[in-house]
Design a protein around this ligand. Structure first.
Ligand code: TYM
Length: 336
């Protein structure tokens, strides 16, 4: 079927209560923008979150927190299909077929798996963590997504999606759309405030470098003011020589809408303190209404759950259609 508007799918893990600024600037902000021009499907990938042990009550709560934050950030359930992965069984069903298409060595080369499993050790690493990218491929292929808005750290998984879609099409005949990564050069990788050469991530060694969107704005302002920069004083974008300052400039520019050269001019002769103070204000102004909107959605969990269930109903229609075609192609008997 040819879609009138190009299709977009993306997902985010309900890893902990709050998204961080990297999630927002690298991915969610693009999700919101793409609703204007694309047919968008966004899912909270709770099955992916289960690849590491999770307390059930916490997982349920984090899933609602994730959905509430997506809505607060501007995902509009009237335009986008917002749903929870585990409520659409077709994801797990297609994942099996994708797993059977993937080479063991190919899966073992996924750098996120290699990094995480090396940290955890083989015995604490679940098979689910190993097959995680194949579930992600299933998420994407089920919706025949033309574009997948993600941060830079997901590029390899997107490459895998393209390779496996092509492999399936080659083996069984044209079926899947080959998805394109939608990764922004400017914000595809937002860095840790304390270690500006490492991406901002929940698994960072210290929480000081991570801007959690739901933190008290005062705590966030403090983190920004103590961000690591360098011994120079000139506010200039140079990702190699001045990673800390460049990261702050990227965040400022994206949230304020001011191009970086204009910011360099604005801060000429003023030093890093001025940049940090202004950025702390900009971030505070953004997170304050974001936090209250998130809280409003969380205050009515029954309505939030109903909204997600309606999203899952819409998603299932598309997913079931794709899965039926795939089952037919691979040679499964049709249940009548
Ligand atoms: P997750 O939940 O780790 O992250 C959600 C999104 O945030 C982006 N991101 C960043 N972008 C810029 N700078 C950073 N420091 C930063 N940290 C995280 C991620 O790239 C991601 O886009 N496997 C995915 C979830 C997923 C998915 C999918 C994505 C499951 N199925 C299908 C797209 C399509 C993940 O763990 O993202």
């Amino acid at each position: 079927m040819v879609n009138a508007r190009p299709r977009v799918l993306s997902g985010i893990q309900p890893t902990s209560g709050s998204f961080h600024l990297g999630n927002y600037l690298g991915a969610v902000r693009q999700w919101v923008g793409l609703q204007e021009t694309h047919d968008t499907f966004y899912c909270v990938v709770d099955q992916h979150a289960l690849t590491v042990p999770k307390d059930p009550a916490e997982l349920r709560s984090n899933t609602r927190f994730a959905a509430a934050q997506l809505l607060a950030a501007g995902v509009d359930p009237e335009r986008a299909t917002l749903f929870v992965q585990s409520q659409v069984a077709e994801h797990a069903q297609l994942a099996w077929i994708v797993e059977c298409l993937t080479g063991f060595g190919e899966a073992a080369r996924m750098t996120q798996f290699k990094d995480k499993s090396a940290k955890q050790g083989a015995d604490s690493t679940s098979v689910g963590l190993f097959t995680y990218p194949m579930l992600m491929v299933a998420d994407i292929l089920l919706y025949e997504a033309d574009e997948v808005p993600v941060g830079e750290d997901q590029r390899q998984h997107l490459e895998l999606s393209r390779n496996l879609a092509e492999r399936f099409n080659h083996r069984y005949g044209p079926t899947f759309v080959i998805p394109e990564p939608h990764i922004l050069k400017e914000t595809g990788r937002i860095y840790d405030l304390q270690e500006p050469t490492v991406k901002m991530s929940k698994s960072a060694s210290s929480p000081k470098g991570i801007v959690e969107l739901l933190d008290e704005p005062k705590a966030t302002a403090k983190k920004i003011k103590s961000a690591v920069t360098d011994t120079d004083t000139v506010v200039r974008f140079d990702a190699d020589k001045k990673p800390g300052v460049s990261n702050l400039l990227t965040i400022h520019s994206t949230l304020s809408g001011t191009p970086i050269p204009q910011l360099e001019e604005h801060f000429a002769g003023k030093g890093y303190g001025a940049l940090k103070t202004e950025l702390a204000e900009i971030v505070t102004e953004w997170v304050t209404p974001f936090r209250s909107r998130t809280q409003e959605y969380l205050d009515d969990p029954a309505e939030l759950d109903a909204l997600l269930a309606r999203g899952a109903d819409k998603a299932r229609v598309v997913a079931a259609d794709t899965l039926a075609r795939v089952y037919e192609k691979v040679g499964f008997l049709t249940a009548r």
